[in-house]
Design a binder for this molecule. Sequence first.
Ligand code: UDP
Length: 473
Amino acid sequence: MREVPIGQVPLSPYQDALGEERMSRLRSGAGRLGQLLQGRTVWNINSTAAGGGVAELLHALVPLARSAGLDVRWLVIDGDPEFFGITKRLCTRLYGSRGDDGSLGPAELSHYKRVTDDNAAGLARFVRPGDIVIVHESQPAGLVPAARSLGARVVYRCHIGKDVPNAHTREGQAFLRPWAEHADASVFLTARHVFDWAPSPRVIPPSIDPCAPKNMSLGPEETLAVLSGTGILGSGHGSGLPVTLPAPVGPQVVVRRPATVIREGPPPDPSVPMVVQVSRWDRLKDMTGVLRAWTEADCATTYLTLAGADISGVCDDPEAAEMFEECRSAWEGLPRELRSRCQLVCLPMDDLRENAVVVNALQQHAAVVVQKSLAEGFGLTATEAMWKSRPLLASAVGGLRDQVTDGEDGLLLDDPTDIAGAAKNLRRILGDPALAARLGAAARRRVTARFLPDRHLLDWAKLLEDLISKDGT
Ligand code: UDP
């Protein structure tokens, strides 16, 4: 168990992004909660400081909450490959898929318990009676009883689920239940994923950080410099690496490392419309499905980029390498002409700000952003693309349905496995610039209204206030 060091951030860039009125509501909400906390700490616990949606959220919210005067901190659990293999299986089952053939039986339970007990011993070094502990996801969910026995109030936050539960989701939930049901409250990203035994459940959708390297505004020159510098676009736009960019919060972002790109032929020219999906290399993100849909769409003037984190950089995701290899063979199996208009991109994770700004540039540059997930918790990649006014094509699953109203601020694919439907929608957006612009502008308005961090922090403040005041302590 280790703490992720988090500093404070200046609030003025957020004032610029959110406006004075929203900032002052945020300040008074944080002030109210601060008085109730009376020096107690709010601990977030998850399994990795880098990669995936939970880490993304915590990097955005924890510094902002601290700057608003709250003692919010972040712990990361330890685990061995076997433990992360089990929790990966657990996550896949909670998403409603079988995934691998492995079981979640007594042997897995006993290993999960052993690693949890080790982490519980570490937790005792940090948590004091009266603190609040928020466990994010299945990996640290086993810590709920331990945190309670240390005298903390505990919230179990579930970031995943399946819209219509099935035998796999029930198996995953049954595995978690002995621990997670002891939480004082539970939080879900969407009402569709609330477990029937969830303790005092509440729905709090996530948010993106408008001042972070992932979402800060990039000019066209900066976008091209980043993408050509990293080898994702043809060169001749900028002067190679490093590319240095000022950031609204934190030090300047320096892009030093090229991406690892699997491609045949020259890099795409910036003038070629690019279809982009950025995701973890995970079966449920269906990168190969995107490849098939783009192939079927037969958009001869476009280029497809499938991008994800460098597979050696995300230690809690043992299946990533396997999935990447699957994508590579699908790519190798394409007819030559199509293969030369499609690339697989692995983005280095050594420097998270550098990684984030490359994702930003890719989303910014995209003619269409796709998120063709087979199941999804919320789908922050969609929120990020919508914030950049990109036309989005997303599967109608999980939180993607909460974000997108079909035909208004993006297009939804009713059946996420429908390749012909995805191809048709791709052609529709690519062939109609007015539609693309209208969807993109509405997408930006949607994120501004619902998915920025002030709304998110205030929702959490309300939950924590209710928890603290429930029994008057
Ligand atoms: N992401 C990233 N670098 C990458 C690939 C993904 O920072 O190379 C980020 C992505 O921008 C998003 C997060 O990882 O913020 C993924 O969150 P999402 O909710 O879309 O899916 P999850 O990975 O949690 O299932």
